[in-house]
Design a protein around this ligand. Structure first.
Ligand code: PEP
Ligand code: MN
Length: 336
């Protein structure tokens, strides 16, 4: 059960609601986000929720049976839109394109990607500075020096930054240089990191785990929300299967299913999803038609020279064509 409290509720009214909730045998968790003040009450007993709903100080109340609650469409029917500032918004009503290299490599590389994005009116650039790599000997990112450079160039060009945070201790040093924190597939169930990102208040793009179910993804998002941060986007980036012909299986089934279950925006990553540059465009167009709110993909001036994920990175010519076609596909979808 979710109880939304009236803004600025006096302490004695809140205490009274908590008392009544506990008398029914429910355990209440208090959640205060950027948007509202909630009590998420967990319990089994059947009772008439009007009993709580009519108490002074209650703004709204709903029974939600899933394990995830605040992110459920059963609680909030309206889609969530995340405002990144300067006219950049993610969520229903527009299609967000986020593009850039797998890894930030140099000043010249950032500048060339930024110029490409500006030419195509793309306002969000991706790029990792802390890279989770399967091999400890692979390039692991430029770290904070790379992030500061990335930030300076993007700020000069009115472009927002999305980059991966790998551990709790990095949040504080990164936060002023980031517009969206990415939680990578390998960290999708790092609950300490999710808790801390809930407190950090910055928008988060949460990737599905490599072998993660949708239920697990949704519960991971609930961790962030229930620690105070409503600004969450979910990302389908492919799941591991027995098939060896491509890197992962991009599960586009997830898009309409997630859109039905949650009010959060759903973003698709076709680069990690298929892992082969020749097919990134097809899968990005399929993602548009499946109902995604945006895509995030890897592009580089000379993909074959990229420090990481070269095999799935498209060049600027391919990227430009993808952007044009995705926008056409989105307009077609919206005209249905
Ligand atoms: C990435 O975006 O470069 C990345 C490492 O993604 P994932 O966590 O989905 O593998
Ligand atoms: Mn990558």
């Amino acid at each position: 059960m979710i109880i939304q409290l009236q803004q600025g509720i006096p302490a004695e009214l809140k205490e009274n609601i908590l008392k009544q909730v506990s008398e029914i045998g429910y355990k209440a968790n208090e959640v205060i986000t950027q948007e509202a003040h909630y009590l998420v009450a967990i319990g089994k007993k059947e009772f008439d929720i009007r009993h709580i709903g009519q108490l002074p100080g209650v703004a709204d109340i709903h029974r939600v049976s899933e394990e995830y609650k605040l992110i459920s469409r059963k609680w909030k029917v309206e889609p969530t839109r995340i405002d990144l500032g300067d006219g950049v918004t993610v969520g229903e009503g527009n299609f967000s394109i986020m593009a850039g290299p797998c890894s930030i490599e140099s000043e010249a590389q950032i500048e060339s990607v930024v110029a490409h994005l500006k030419e195509n009116n793309v306002r969000i650039m991706r790029g990792g500075v802390f890279k989770p790599r399967s091999s400890p000997y692979a390039f692991r990112g430029m770290g904070m020096d790379g992030l500061k450079m990335f930030h300076r160039i993007c700020r000069e060009n009115d472009i927002k930054i999305i980059t991966e945070v790998m551990q709790v201790s990095q949040i504080e040093e990164m936060i002023d240089y980031v517009d969206v924190f990415q939680v990578g597939a390998r960290n999708s169930q790092n609950f300490n990191l999710l808790d801390s990102l809930g407190e950090a208040q910055k928008p988060v793009l949460l990737k599905r785990g490599i072998s993660g179910t949708l239920e697990e993804l949704l519960q991971a998002a609930e961790y962030i929300f229930s620690h105070g941060n409503e600004k969450i986007m979910l990302c389908e980036r492919g799941i591991r299967s027995y098939e060896g012909a491509y890197r992962n299986v991009l599960d586009l089934n997830a898009v309409p299913v997630l859109k039905e279950k949650t009010h959060l925006p759903v973003i698709v990553d076709p680069s990690h999803g298929i892992g082969l540059r020749d097919y990134v465009e097809s899968m990005s167009l399929a993602a548009v038609m499946a109902g995604a709110d945006g895509v995030i993909y890897e592009t580089h001036q000379t993909p074959e020279k990229a420090f990481s994920d070269a095999q799935q990175t498209v060049n600027f010519w391919e990227s430009e064509r993808m952007i044009r076609r995705m926008r056409q596909a989105y307009d077609l979808r919206e005209s249905f």
